[in-house]
Ligand binder design. Structure first.
Ligand code: SF4
Length: 297
């Protein structure tokens, strides 16, 4: 954990934060494609408006995975992955695919396929409308999606459940839901395959360390970044005030009053410069507020 001293408070930077290798690789592959020809990104390459606008400047068009047409011959599958049906549909329609699916999302598809081969009713812990979950369900339409305790009674009765999760779910939440399925369905066999990715686990465990030391947590990432929202929610569950912010302009001054430490973390689609912008803003605010206090007294 890195500490940055300011005249008003210390900023503690989580030991793991920010953009993961999967999103970085997807951006690099897309930029290298765009250097040769225009392309259409089928969805959001990263849930980050800065990344989106930079790719647009380089010639990226917006497209939708569910659609059947794009303004360019080259189309890009994002790091969140897609179902085999969607890949084939685009290829059969004559488009050339650049597939930037994260290797750890592919692992989730492979593990789900294995559970289905073993005769399990597939269950995915995650958000029903998240693109990664849609990709998994596209391959296995029979899969049920659960997000919290309220969803467990809705599961059908069966002999064998095979559970995986969206790669960015907090691992404690996933383990607790799996335990609850076992408790509520004692007659069924419940097979669980861990598909939470290591970068998510690292960011969540670094956050727990941060929560022990910081008075307030700021989780930085695009408003639609699920894993940034999860970081803020985990901090709140751990008893720390926490806010999900996209940029320094989201910070309200009244949050900062009376604090001695502020913990900073960032989701897996957040650029390092977004965290640096928050550090610069808070450092400048701290210096200004001390100057103002001295001038008044
Ligand atoms: S969050 Fe995890 S699964 Fe998603 S792109 Fe990053 S490394 Fe891959």
């Amino acid at each position: 954990m890195k500490t940055i001293h300011t005249p008003r408070f210390d900023l503690l930077i989580a030991s793991h934060f920010g953009m993961c290798f999967g999103v970085r690789q997807a951006i690099e592959a897309t930029e290298s494609l765009l250097a040769r020809q225009p392309a259409t990104v089928l969805g959001q390459l990263a849930h980050n408006p800065l990344v989106k606008s930079r790719l647009a400047e380089q010639g990226a068009h917006d497209g939708a995975l569910e659609s059947t047409a794009a303004p360019t011959q080259e189309v890009v599958i994002t790091a969140h992955g897609a179902s085999e049906n969607d890949r084939q549909r685009w290829q059969q329609a004559g488009y050339r695919l650049t597939d930037t699916t994260c290797p750890l999302v592919r692992v989730a598809h492979t593990k789900l396929a294995r559970l289905v081969r073993e005769g399990c009713l597939p269950v995915i812990i995650g958000k029903e409308d998240h693109v990664e979950v849609r990709g998994l369900r596209g391959d296995f339409p029979e899969a049920r999606v659960i997000l919290d305790l309220r969803d467990i009674p809705k599961l059908p009765h069966t002999k064998k459940f095979g559970i995986i999760s969206q790669t960015t779910q907090p691992i404690e939440h996933v383990r607790s839901l799996v335990g609850e399925v076992r408790r509520q369905r004692p007659d069924a066999e419940v097979v669980y395959a861990d598909t939470v990715c290591q970068p998510t686990k690292d960011r969540q465990s670094a956050l727990r360390d941060l929560c022990q030391k910081a008075d307030l947590i700021l989780a930085i990432g695009g408003k639609n970044s699920n894993n940034t929202a999860q970081l803020a929610r985990t901090a709140q569950r751990l008893g720390r005030p926490a806010h999900h912010i996209e940029s320094p302009s989201d910070i309200q001054e009244n949050w900062l009053e009376g604090l001695s430490t502020i913990g900073l973390t960032a989701g897996t689609s957040t650029l390092d410069e977004s965290l640096q912008a928050v550090v610069d803003h808070l450092t400048a605010w701290a210096a200004d507020s001390v100057r103002l206090k001295q001038a008044v007294s």
